[in-house]
Design a binder for this molecule. Sequence first.
Ligand SMILES: Cc1cc2nc3c(=O)[nH]c(=O)nc-3n(C[C@H](O)[C@H](O)[C@H](O)COP(=O)(O)O)c2cc1C
Length: 205
Amino acid sequence: MNFYDVIAARHTVREFSEKPVAPEALERILGAGLMAPSNDHLRNWEFVILEGEDKLRALEGVRRFVSGLPENSLDRWPAGSVQQQMYAHAMPRQYTMLAGAPVVILPFFKANPAIWEPRAINHLNTLAGVWCCIENILLAAAAEGMGCALRIPVGEGGPALAKQLGAPEGWVLPCYIGLGWPAPEDRRPAQVPVALQDKLHKGTW
Ligand SMILES: Cc1cc2nc3c(=O)[nH]c(=O)nc-3n(C[C@H](O)[C@H](O)[C@H](O)COP(=O)(O)O)c2cc1C
């Protein structure tokens, strides 16, 4: 697939088939993650890979943190809007999209303490860097014909799982990534139409 076809093919998958992820494909996908740009030239990222019983055990410990989205998620948006449709689709799938994915990738980053009380944008560099890594993973999965589900840890869910898995002090989980082959019934909710000409300012805003 050419690069722009990969960009166009990437979308969030929340229903996975049982087809396994080949270990070589997983290596290529994680390797792509490690080629992302990084603050301080560090690429201070580690991955925990969960499959089968390990995956279900780990998710069970944080199930109440990954099930559903906040109750007011639907009310935040106008009735029938694309955003509301997306939340209505995603909310009931928050746990199943991870439990049903053949592989769950947990990317960890070494957080600088300033991310917890940032006063300038560069204080968030370690968080910004890991998201470059995550985007490479999402794109590499699309290039393989697979897809990913993304879930952001809420409350104590992320720290609790990091502890459960024995992550060293200071290593933070920015998201859970479900990886696999889309199931035939997987569908992508409607997207907000975004036109470049509405976003582009030449010379001045
Ligand atoms: C920072 C971030 C957080 C997200 N959190 C969640 C989440 O908690 N649950 C979920 O189902 N999808 C989550 N998503 C996926 C978005 O809902 C999805 O990317 C968006 O609806 C656009 O759809 P697409 O990925 O198919 O293009 C997240 C995406 C990003 C970039």
